[in-house]
Design a protein around this ligand. Structure first.
Ligand code: NAD
Length: 330
């Protein structure tokens, strides 16, 4: 249990008001001793000299500098880092794990908008909306009642790659629809969902949505040979990370018109201005916005306050990040 811990914000200051709107800030002030006007963007900020020796909890966010041995030396009382964003890779250094710092992330809260975006993309793709919209724009007319046999979501086969927080949420949100779901994840299963190998999933699904982490194992997991397995007319949705897909191979497939793609993430990111993906009519690009944007940041802030309450009450954290899991998670 921690009675009124001393807390400090460490993140890009511009996000603070969106993460913690007035009511959330009030709630925070009720829980912790915190100067809400002080946001550490660097730990060598002279304003922190008085604060760091007394700080128990860091409330971190996008733009927070790495938590390394220098910070730990300056903050001997630090017990926990509650991250108001997704991945803590690149934020929490080895020294933190050695000290046994409690680390929690708001990745679950950040999964909500990514899953919403994905479900929207999957259902619109299944309906053929992206291609039909391009066709209407090109022809400037249409014939009512002209039906394409390949359009529609009834019995559409959707493959999910990665039973991640986001992948599982997508599965739950798609469950009420008349779809056939299939999952590939070498480490995690989901009850009631057909599990398949990656090749089988790619060759048997009309829409494939990627939700695995970026790591050595998933680098270009969707390459030329695997794209070739996807049936004609299939759609690849990527809200995970650009490195999962071999961009050149995808461009080559899209150029034939055989496949389409909805890409929130790409490699590289942003794409070079002359990337063919900007002009291909069967590529629907968004600028890495599936995760929390605008008012969605407040959901992550609220998740941090829930964690802070648990910490103060002596309950286990609900979203604790464990060092041993880091290789398999985002
Ligand atoms: N577009 C965005 O704005 C946005 C926002 C948040 C997260 N993401 C990305 O979404 C993806 C999912 O994030 P998350 O937090 O849901 O992940 P997570 O950490 O909850 O889960 C990772 C899952 O991937 C599985 N996995 C590991 N290796 C795999 C492999 N080789 N093949 C298939 N599955 C594998 C693991 O078993 C685990 O189930 C990540 O790539 C993440 O970076 C994107």
């Amino acid at each position: 249990m921690l009675h009124r811990p001393k807390a400090l914000f460490a993140m890009r200051a511009e996000h603070l008001a969106m993460l913690f709107p007035a009511a959330a800030m009030e709630r925070l002030r009720g829980l912790a001793d915190i100067d809400v006007s002080l946001v550490a963007e660097r730990f060598d900020d002279p304003r922190l000299a008085e604060v760091l020796p007394r700080v128990d909890v860091l409330i971190t966010g996008w733009g927070c500098p790495p938590l390394d041995e220098h910070l730990l030396a300056a903050a001997p009382r630090l017990r926990a880092a509650l991250h108001s964003a997704g991945s803590v890779k690149g934020l929490v250094g080895a020294a933190c794990w050695e000290r046994g710092l409690l680390v929690s992330s708001a990745a679950d809260a950040n999964a909500v908008p990514v899953a919403e975006y994905t479900v929207g993309a999957v259902l619109l793709a299944g309906k053929g909306v992206f291609g039909l919209r391009e066709g209407y724009r090109r022809r400037r007319t249409f014939t009512l009642g002209e039906v394409q046999a390949t359009t529609g979501n009834y019995g559409r086969r959707v493959g999910i790659v990665g039973a991640s927080r986001i992948g599982r949420r997508v599965i739950d949100l798609l469950a009420p629809h008349d779809l056939e779901l299939c999952l590939y994840d070498p480490y995690t299963q989901v009850a009631g969902v057909r599990q398949a190998g990656l090749e089988e999933l790619l060759s048997s699904c009309d829409i494939v949505s990627l939700h695995a982490p970026a790591n050595d194992e998933t680098l270009h997991m969707i390459d030329r040979d695997r794209l070739a397995l996807m049936p004609d007319g299939a759609v690849l949705v990527n809200t995970a990370r650009g490195s999962l897909v071999d961009t050149d191979a995808l461009v080559a497939e899209l150029r034939t018109g055989r496949l389409s793609a909805v890409l929130d993430v790409t490699e590289p990111e942003p794409l070079p201005p002359d990337s063919p993906l900007f002009d291909l009519p069967n590529a629907f690009l968004t600028p890495h916005i599936a995760g929390s944007q605008g008012n969605e940041l407040a959901r992550m802030g609220a998740a941090v306050l829930d964690e802070l309450e648990r910490l103060i009450a002596g309950y286990p954290l609900a979203h604790q990040v464990h060092h041993d899991d880091l290789d398999r998670v985002a």
